[in-house]
Design a protein around this ligand. Structure first.
Ligand code: ADP
Ligand code: MG
Length: 320
């Protein structure tokens, strides 16, 4: 059984950035307003991922089963059943991580005098929760990877990119992201907002507001976001897409937008696009594999076309 689980887990947590995505989503689900990601490297490999947040924490009585497969606190209410539809498989992430690395959780909930620290391996709690001092509401998660990862620089830039995407969408949450040498002082700090804050404000790119294309009478979806205009020059498309507040990818939409940019803007710059789309949950495919960020949508073709023509109109307007 453990072998099967390990293989399945390897799929869910293929790369460190995939683990970070799950951990950050948990932090956000717990109502955090501050989330910090810290990775430690040693001998060129990524040894530790630490995510801490100021969310509601985990109750003492939930700790023993926390890392068992399909343990989730997010399935009880009807509302949550609605949510699950947009999020795919639930209660897999923490369990999976315990099969590919060590997971330590440190948590305190409101009204408690002290927090608890627990470690998990292969889905089970390794020790009884140990009381620990906790000066603030704290949750953290550590994964010491068993295998050294190929290229920690590449992994770290993926993590910064990921956290930046969350930062762009969750404007009320403060994110931070840093890299440390294990046992040494941090040698690199990168506030996650940096990359995109620069994009949005410092470098003076004009960004177009997509909110005006919402037509409540006609469409089932609501959309917000920004797209780059001709002042933005990049060789690479950046597409930050949230559907029902979940970070996803949609290649069909990405390609459709690239086509419009290539046709509309004189200098063939690749676009920078941030879109937040709200759809009825039943329009988002539930049978999505947990590893796949690629989303599949009901009436995808017409939805993509609608967005494509809206983007085209906006680009043409700003060109004239
Ligand atoms: P899911 O998020 O799908 O419920 P996970 O395996 O990611 O499954 O997490 C399992 C459970 O652990 C969550 O439902 C939640 O109750 C709890 N949990 C995980 N991370 C946090 C966190 N940062 N703060 C509070 N609770 C958490
Ligand atoms: Mg989760």
């Amino acid at each position: 059984e453990a072998v099967v689980n390990r293989i399945a887990a390897g799929e869910v947590v293929q790369r460190p950035s995939a683990a970070v995505k799950e951990l950050v989503e948990n932090s956000l689900d717990a109502g955090s307003t501050s989330v910090s990601v810290s990775v430690s490297v040693k001998d060129g490999g990524l040894k530790l991922i630490l995510v801490s947040d100021n969310g509601h924490g985990i109750r003492y009585e939930d700790l023993p089963i926390l890392c068992e497969r399909h343990t989730t606190s997010k399935l009880s209410a009807f509302e949550d059943l609605q949510t699950i539809k947009s999020m795919g498989f639930r209660g897999e992430a923490l369990a999976s991580m315990t099969y590919v690395g060590h997971v330590t959780v440190m948590t305190i909930t409101e009204g408690q005098l002290h927090g608890y620290r627990v470690s998990y391996k292969d889905g089970v709690m390794e020790n009884d929760p140990k009381p620990c001092a906790a000066v603030e509401n704290l949750f953290y998660n550590m994964i010491a990877r068993r295998k050294t990862l190929l290229n920690s620089n590449d992994d770290y830039s993926k993590i910064v990119d990921l956290v930046s995407r969350f930062a762009i969408h969750h404007i009320n949450v403060s994110f931070s992201c840093r890299k440390c040498a294990l046992g040494k002082e941090c040698f690199h700090m990168a506030p996650a907002e940096l990359m995109f804050t620069q994009m949005l404000h410092v470098q003076g790119w004009m960004l177009l507001d997509l909110s005006m294309m919402n037509d409540p009478s006609r469409s089932v979806f609501k959309m917000d976001g920004y797209i780059s205009n001709a002042n933005y020059i990049s060789k690479k498309t950046t597409m930050v897409l949230f559907i029902n507040d979940r970070l996803v990818e949609c290649n069909a939409l990405k390609r459709a937008i690239e086509v419009v940019y290539a046709a509309t803007l004189p200098k063939a710059s690749k676009p920078f696009v941030y879109m937040s789309i709200a759809l009825p949950p039943e329009h988002v495919d539930v049978n999505m594999h947990p590893t796949k960020r690629e989303v599949s949508l009901l009436n995808q073709e017409s939805l993509v076309e609608t967005i494509q023509s809206a983007v085209e109109t906006m680009l043409m307007n700003c060109n004239t």
